[in-house]
Write a protein that binds this ligand. Structure first.
Ligand code: PRX
Length: 679
């Protein structure tokens, strides 16, 4: 069992961090030309949305195609909400059918590059045909409205086709990142009781092949609800059927064979606005990931609106969101938001440094990317690799840059602006979460004066505040971030556990079930700008990926050598944060480099390589309070190499001294953010 007696985390909002950000006073107004041509040129939209946010969202909803309009815009019974009730809509119709009726019919919807260099372009018409065929294929396999379909795929066009096909027939998808282990896949499939799994024989990552079907086979050995598995052949002939995909008669089917026979006409289901659109699992503060539930109408309104305004999306843009579709960024800004806006999207399967460190810039140049949306962890890696890589390519078509997933340090922000944006492109630092569905705090690039490191202010239609532990609002200074009004794309519940939804997000401030607590600390400056400081709970953000320390602890204590484990975060130059594991071993086991390595591999096996601790530290005992709680604060100090904080509440003050002496092995420190993904 994982230790369950965890003391609450101290917020990461240390004075040094706040001080560093307070000294950041550079400001960048939108370039004149950008402002002149932008969708939003002035603050009137903010004012209108503030006066009546429901009217604002209603006007945005009117931009979409509905079978039937809603009766009520918003029903808010804190902490539960419904948007556009009575409305009937289909997401695939809005992302695809709508465009084939216009001049966008033959426009490129997806421009895809595989890691080995294979390329495909799908027009909106192509998507229209493929999505309907895939929808019919799923129907033939017995998938019905209200069912769940698991998707475990590389980043290839079929993943978008499969997602849209689910929406066409009213099945909810649950996309599981291809880097997750068979066990993680299994748990997610079982939690959502998926009937069908769509996967591929393999996917490329840094020249290697991830054996997805093999992993899937291991997962579904104990997934009683799975009736069928559909397998995309990633690269016909490349892997050999046998090595990567042994097919089980009757259960497993090749995608291309089923698609060949599928009819290209499939009537869209008329979904209620509040029907489940998808489930996406994310890490929380317990060992069990949460199935975040998004519904149809409100989610689509939220992502369509924010894509248009934040990225100032125009018909001739080429939009590249580098996220994998296994994360929420891939759902909202690689698939649904851009396609609902009829945009041309770039999709790239592989690593940024394959075969060379200029792959991203090569892609930008080759496809004339105009808007690039990526993560600070990648930007920091690019900085480290050197200016020569972007300098080799013509990046002059870029006009807007975006950042997402973790705080961006001002130095990386400035580098991004200069070396990638040629000092010409505004940067939108977008704060949001799996739970919010869409971007919440971000500049509008034609309006907002940006400051490096600040996500600036809530977008029109969203409201935030900083609140202290006692519930008092903080106008200027540090505090806990709260979202103070409901918004259409917010999560509706946690799959199968509504109480966890209530407890996690709406009980932070007593008697205020209307305040959503995202789990982040932030600072607000004199201009009302937000500076996100990071998570204040037991969730870490490693290379932009959310990992719960309890998940890793639960995995570690399953190893026969481990008696007790505590996992904390420490600062990491590239990844933002890294995982440091403190482990005590059972009788009969000896700490060693080999055991440390074995434990890292064990976590990768259990959860996925992204959760592998960077450091494994063995200790004879862990520092505990008199009531037996592990003092994580002290462990963090040790992991960071800092002076130790207050030790007076320790049951046995000698443990810390002993711990420092007995850090038998601080073994493995890895610096590449991509290391985790390549295995
Ligand atoms: O801590 C915040 C951080 O990422 C968390 C959400 O993670 P996830 O649900 O995986 O979604 C990531 C992509 C939206 C948040 O609680 N975060 C996200 N964006 C930013 C950020 N921290 C600072 N600045 C951001 N722009």
């Amino acid at each position: 069992m994982a230790p369950s007696n965890i003391v609450p985390r101290k917020p990461m909002t240390t004075m040094t961090e706040i001080d560093a950000l307070l000294t950041e006073n550079r400001k960048f107004p939108p370039p004149d030309e950008f402002r002149r041509n932008a969708h939003v040129k002035d603050t009137s939209l903010y004012k209108a949305a503030e006066e009546n946010s429901e009217a604002f969202w209603e006007s945005q909803a009117n931009e979409l195609e509905w079978f039937e309009k809603w009766k009520t815009v918003c029903e808010w019974n804190p902490p539960h909400v419904k948007w556009f009730t009575g409305g009937k809509i289909n997401v695939s119709v809005n992302c695809v059918d709508r465009h084939v009726k216009t001049a966008r019919r033959n426009k490129a919807a997806l421009i895809w590059e595989g890691e080995p260099g294979d390329r495909r372009t799908l027009t909106y018409w192509d998507l229209y045909v493929e999505v309907q065929k895939c929808a019919n294929m799923l129907k033939k396999l017995g998938v019905k409205r209200g069912d769940r379909v698991a998707i475990y795929m590389p980043l290839i066009p079929e993943v978008a086709i499969a997602m849209l096909a689910c929406t066409r027939i009213g099945a909810a998808h649950s996309v599981v990142f291809g880097g997750f282990s068979p066990e993680s896949l299994r748990d997610r499939i079982n939690d959502a009781e998926c009937r069908v799994l769509i996967t591929a024989d393999g996917g490329y990552r840094r020249g290697g092949v991830i054996p997805l079907k093999r992993n899937a086979d291991r997962a579904i050995e104990s997934c009683p609800t799975i009736e069928h598995v559909v397998v995309v052949q990633r690269r016909p002939g490349a892997f050999g059927d046998e090595a990567f995909a042994s097919m089980t008669e009757g259960r497993d089917h090749w995608w291309h064979r089923l698609m060949q026979d599928a009819s290209p006409v499939c009537q869209p289901e008329q979904m209620d606005a509040e029907d489940v659109l998808y489930i996406l699992y994310t890490s929380g503060t317990t060992g069990k990931p949460k199935g975040i539930v998004h519904t149809t109408g409100g989610y689509l309104v939220g992502v369509t609106t924010t894509t248009k305004f934040v990225f100032d999306l125009k018909d001739d843009d080429v939009f590249w969101c580098t996220a994998d579709v296994g994360w929420v960024t891939g759902h909202s800004y690689l698939v649904y938001g851009p396609l609902a806006n009829g945009a041309t999207c770039v999709m790239y399967e592989g690593a940024p440094d394959w075969p060379e460190k200029d792959r991203f810039w090569q892609i930008c140049e080759r496809h004339g990317v105009t808007i690039l949306y990526t993560a600070p962890t990648a930007i920091r890696a690019f900085m480290k690799w050197g200016d020569q890589w972007p300098a080799k390519h013509d990046l002059s078509r870029l006009r807007l840059l975006g950042s997402v997933g973790e705080p961006i340090n001002p130095e990386a922000w400035m580098w991004y602006q200069e070396k990638i944006g040629g000092n010409r492109c505004p940067i939108v630092d977008t704060w949001w979460q799996t739970e919010t569905g869409a971007i919440v705090i971000s500049p509008l690039p034609g309006v907002t004066e940006t400051k490096p490191g600040s996500a600036t202010t809530p977008l029109p239609g969203f409201s935030a505040a900083l609140i202290d532990a006692s519930g008092k609002e903080i106008k200027v200074g540090g505090g806990l971030l709260a979202l103070t009004k409901p918004w259409p794309s917010m999560l509706r519940t946690i799959w199968g556990d509504d109480q966890r939804y209530v407890d996690t997000y709406f009980t932070k401030w007593e008697g205020r079930p209307d305040l959503y607590f995202p789990g982040d600390g932030a600072k607000r400056d004199d201009d009302g700008y937000y500076w996100i400081l990071g998570r204040v709970d037991d969730v870490l953000n490693v290379a932009g990926h959310r990992i719960g320390t309890m998940e890793v602890e639960s995995a570690l204590v399953e190893h026969p050598a481990v008696a007790e484990a505590a996992v904390v975060g420490r600062t990491h130059e590239l990844k933002g944060q890294a995982l440091a594991a403190f482990v005590t071993v059972r009788e009969g086991f000896e700490p060693s480099d080999d055991l440390g390595q074995e434990l890292r591999e064990f976590v990768a096996e259990k959860i996925g390589a992204i959760a592998k601790p960077d450091d494994v530290m063995f200790a004879a005992d862990l520092p505990k309070t008199r009531s037996g709680k592990i003092m994580r604060r002290l462990l963090r100090d040790i992991a960071e190499g800092r002076a130790l904080g207050d030790t007076t509440t320790l049951a046995d003050p000698n443990v810390v001294a002993a711990l420092k002496d007995q850090l038998v092995h601080k073994v493995f420190t890895f610096t590449s953010m991509f290391e985790a993904r390549e295995e």
